[in-house]
Design a protein around this ligand. Structure first.
Ligand code: ADP
Ligand code: MG
Length: 696
């Protein structure tokens, strides 16, 4: 779905008038459009068809094939209205050509009868069925000699279905829109670029992508729009990078002895991968430019240890550090780790969570402001709370794809930017990493700590889910612990919650009587969550039934099994994240994916990929192929504009071409002032996400 509130490129003034001001669009339809993210004429021009249906080949009625989408031209031979047994009105129009006849039928639309006067020629297009003869249910239709065809007799655009906008109405509307408005669209692409890459002019491309004459034309139109998408993305990233070059940061060199002491306290040597990444980070921090580094590493690769050592590096030089995480459960966990590791060496750590209120919160805030406490751990609330740091040198953002430019600006102290390290366990395929993080440096931990055994994964049909719980019971007997994950049942938090609490109660009273079952879900208060997590961590609870809140980051090494209910409802990357909750030490761990009766072949293949593959990068590639990047990586979260047409994997080749142009343009004219139309378009497309004064 398109993101709301993001409008399309091109600022041609008359194209920014609201669709509601157009003929035929009342408040109801305007609302339906708004749900699609369409508010202005430009938005509407960029509301693209999903595909085109080829209705340009007419078939004699005699040759129609039941089961196929077909198009015929015929004369109206008769029309009548009848009633079904349930008293539903059916309109039947008998259509004939020289070879035979068929009946076109519509339910509940008797008023259409007047549109089909006897003897008139029509084109009909629809799926042919075999009833008491050849039939078409609910076909699209159009008068044979009504001028230019819109719904039949050509390549017909099929738009995404939306409540409140009938396909036929929408198609007519789009046809009119294209005819009236495309000539006012200004082409923002510099001519030499269009020429170099043989791109269609923008007005032509818009026409072609909606109502093409040929398949080739549709392709060419699309290619132009894809190019735009990628170029605009590239320009934004290039400009961000340029702006970053001008930023100033503190030079941080660390204190060797302190780091050695902490390293020794860790209890394990770093892996070569961790060492390498830590060296990257230290090198960045030693420069007077703010570090913007993305650290990726598969689940369980030990990112936290690296993060904490980076914190020590900053603290050693007299700076403060902030660690930000997406959930309170994770904040608590990091806090406990940081505290255990750092307080004994004299580094003070403070937690900022929803549970700390009133005076205590105020006290902690002050301790950060005075510099008495060096490390702050919390959710993003840490920023909103307006905690002022005494001397912030490093910000670490865990399990988040991007730390927004705006947020970074909020932390800027005395004109200096903190160094920032973003950590993610959702591995990003190379092409995508390049795009999303073109302005970040990338480090990868490419190995797991020694002795880890791949998690054994199996699929289990829900009919025999009891086996999974018997297995859990065995593990608990042997001293292990288990997660049981209940994904969102319906599109509601309530359904989610009920499923988890219900299952927890059922298991506790039933098969898992001998163990202690706990429950964790998003609706619990921070304090309750903390209690449950602590109990699970120290073994008072052996089985934790949870919604997907445990998806990221949880680290309880004694857990050896994870059971996922309704596994087919989750994406592969998500499943991989969940599976990563176990297998965090040398013991063999297990993951059981329970799926429903009605699993499509594709669904089965997806889950099978989890059984066969334990490498997060490979899984991410698969997921990306299946779901597309927007969904998977949340471009919104990444602070990037949505791609309207481009698909980063499929269009990888064009991506490179477009980005080369983008970087050349910015080099030539850093603020794009030499290309005012293009500059305005970039600014518009990146609205609010480009941040700062970097664009104009
Ligand atoms: P993630 O990369 O998923 O955030 P964590 O940082 O939570 O992974 O680490 C996973 C587990 O591995 C933790 O229990 C941690 O203590 C342990 N660990 C991290 N680094 C090493 C290492 N070099 N050797 C052994 N165990 C390690
Ligand atoms: Mg982690």
């Amino acid at each position: 779905m398109r993101r709301q509130g993001v409008s399309s490129p091109s600022l041609t003034p008359n194209l920014s008038i609201s669709v509601q001001d157009l003929k035929g669009v009342g408040p109801k339809r305007a609302e339906a459009f708004a749900r699609l993210g369409v508010r202005t004429v430009t938005d509407a021009l960029y509301h693209l068809p999903l595909r085109h249906e080829d209705r340009s080949h007419f078939r004699p009625i005699r040759d129609l094939r039941p089961g196929f989408q077909e198009t015929v031209v015929g004369e109206v031979k008769g029309a009548r209205i009848s009633l079904t047994r349930r008293r539903v009105k059916i309109l039947s129009v008998i259509v004939g050509d020289r070879t035979g006849s068929l009946v076109a039928k519509w339910f509940r639309q008797p008023y259409l009868k007047n549109r089909f006067p006897l003897g008139k020629q029509f084109i009909f297009s629809g799926k042919v069925t075999w009833g008491s003869g050849l039939e078409m249910m609910n076909p699209d239709y159009e008068e044979w000699d009504a001028g230019e065809q819109v719904h039949t007799g050509r390549l017909v655009p099929i738009y995404p279905r939306t409540e409140g906008l009938y396909p036929r109405w929408l198609r007519n509307f789009m046809k009119g829109l294209i005819a009236t408005w495309t000539q006012s669209v200004q082409d923002f692409l510099p001519q030499e670029i269009s020429r170099r890459h043989v791109l269609m002019a923008l007005p032509d491309a818009l026409r072609a992508i909606h109502f093409p004459e040929t398949k080739e034309e549709a392709e060419a139109g699309k290619r132009r729009l894809v190019f735009d998408d990628l170029l605009l993305l590239g320009l934004g990233v290039a400009m961000r990078r340029q702006a970053a070059e001008a930023e100033v940061a503190e030079v941080i060199t660390g204190r060797r002895e302190l780091e050695q002491t902490v390293l020794a306290r860790l209890g394990f040597p770093l892996t070569a991968g961790q060492e390498r990444v830590l060296a990257d980070i230290k090198a960045d921090m030693a420069r007077p430019r703010p570090m913007t580094r993305l650290l990726q590493g598969d689940v369980g690769s030990g990112k936290t240890a690296v993060a904490l050592l980076a914190v020590v590096h900053a603290v050693g030089s007299g700076f403060q550090a902030a660690i930000m995480v997406p959930t309170e459960v994770l904040a608590e966990q990091h806090y406990l780790k940081a505290q255990a590791l750092l307080e004994p060496v004299g580094v003070r750590v403070s937690l900022f969570s929803g549970a700390t209120l009133g005076r205590e919160r105020e006290r902690r805030r002050r301790a950060i402001t005075t510099g008495e406490v060096q490390v702050a751990v919390g959710t993003h609330a840490l920023l909103q709370e307006g905690v002022t740091f005494h001397r912030l040198g490093l910000v670490i953002v865990d399990e988040q794809h991007r730390f927004g430019v705006k947020q970074r600006a909020e932390l800027t102290a005395k004109g200096c930017y903190p160094h920032t390290l973003v950590m993610t366990a959702t591995p990003i395929p190379r092409t995508l990493a390049l795009t999303l993080y073109g302005d970040l440096n990338l480090s990868t931990i490419d190995e797991l700590p020694p002795g880890r055994q791949p998690v054994k994964t199996q699929l289990l049909h829900e009919g025999i889910r009891l086996q999974a719980y018997q297995f859990v019971m065995e593990e608990v007997r042997k001293g292990g612990a288990a997660y049981i994950i209940c994904p969102l049942v319906e599109e509601s938090v309530d359904g989610d919650l009920k499923a988890a609490t219900g299952l927890a109660a059922e298991l506790q009273q039933g098969i898992l009587q001998i163990s202690s079952v706990g429950c964790l879900h998003g609706r619990m208060r921070t304090e309750e969550k903390r209690e449950v997590m602590n109990a699970f961590r120290n073994g008072q609870i052996q089985v934790l039934v949870a919604t997907t809140v445990v998806e990221v980051g949880m680290d309880v090494p004694r857990a050896t099994v994870v059971v996922v209910e309704h596994a087919e409802r989750l994406g592969l990357t998500q499943l991989h994240q969940i599976r990563g909750r176990v297998g965090r030490n040398q013991t063999q761990a297990h993951c059981i994916l329970i799926h429903s009766h009605h699993l499509t072949d594709e669904g089965k293949a997806r889950l099978q990929a989890m059984v066969e593959c334990t490498d997060g990068f490979q899984i991410a590639e698969r997921d990306l192929e299946i779901r597309g990047p927007g969904d998977l990586f949340g471009t919104r979260q990444a602070g990037l504009p949505d791609l309207k047409v481009a698909h980063l994997l499929r269009d990888a080749q064009l991506l490179e071409v477009a980005w080369r142009e983008a970087f050349m343009l910015v080099e030539d004219s850093p603020d794009l002032s030499a290309y005012p139309l293009l500059r305005d378009t970039v600014r518009h497309r990146w609205e609010g996400t480009l941040g700062l004064a970097s664009v104009g």
